[in-house]
Ligand binder design. Structure first.
Ligand code: PRP
Ligand code: ADE
Ligand code: MG
Length: 173
């Protein structure tokens, strides 16, 4: 019988810190069928007629965001960790399940009124996507949806993203 995409995700206890169950996507990507299913099932959550731009968050969001943008024939915009983008940027700091970070976007990445779908591999606390959504809004964009391969529902990221439409392929409680 055909495996589901969920069966390709590997769970590693106590990484990178004691108490964290790390949901590893490398085991999805390393299998041609797993990679196809992940991209196709994330893409199926997007209504292409209601989006102008696909954005991806560094780094794991790039893996899924770029092929989806390519397939839908939409532009792809990078949301990068601080210090990587060469032109004028807007930036925002945020908290993660473990640690803190700061992300940036080019000021010319989004034009006012553009509808943006943000792609990431995984929703944990929602800190990353909340920061991404705020940056897009600061640039005048409209966040159409946040799409994930994996959602860690127990960390209540959806509550942090309650003002946005959120969809995921795989859910862990
Ligand atoms: C991980 C993951 C998500 C984020 C989710 O990224 O890829 O982007 O954490 O956590 P949150 O919902 O609590 O914000 P990470 O910053 O570890 O880096 P990476 O994508 O570069 O591996
Ligand atoms: N990013 C934040 N929390 C994570 C987890 N539990 N597994 C994989 N990536 C993560
Ligand atoms: Mg990430």
């Amino acid at each position: 019988m055909k495996k589901s995409v969920e069966e390709y995700v590997r769970s590693i206890p106590d990484f990178p810190e004691p108490g964290i169950i790390f949901r590893d996507i490398t085991s999805v990507l390393q299998d041609a069928e797993g990679l196809h299913m992940a991209i196709d099932e994330m893409q199926a959550l997007i209504d292409a007629d209601k989006v102008d731009v696909i954005a991806g968050t560094e780094s794991r969001g790039f893996i899924f965001g770029a092929p989806i943008a390519y397939n839908l024939h939409k532009p792809f915009v990078l949301i990068r960790k601080k210090g990587k983008l060469p032109c004028e940027t807007v930036s925002r700091s945020y908290d993660l399940e473990y640690g803190t970070a700061e992300i940036e976007m080019h000021k010319d990445a989004i034009k006012p009124g553009q509808r943006v779908v943000v792609i990431d591999d995984l929703l944990a606390t929602g800190g990353t996507l909340e920061a991404c959504n705020k940056l897009i809004e600061e640039l005048g964009g409209v966040v159409a949806k946040n799409v994930f391969l994996i959602e860690l529902a127990g960390l209540k990221g959806r509550e942090k993203l309650k003002d946005y439409e959120v969809a995921s392929v795989i859910r862990y409680d």
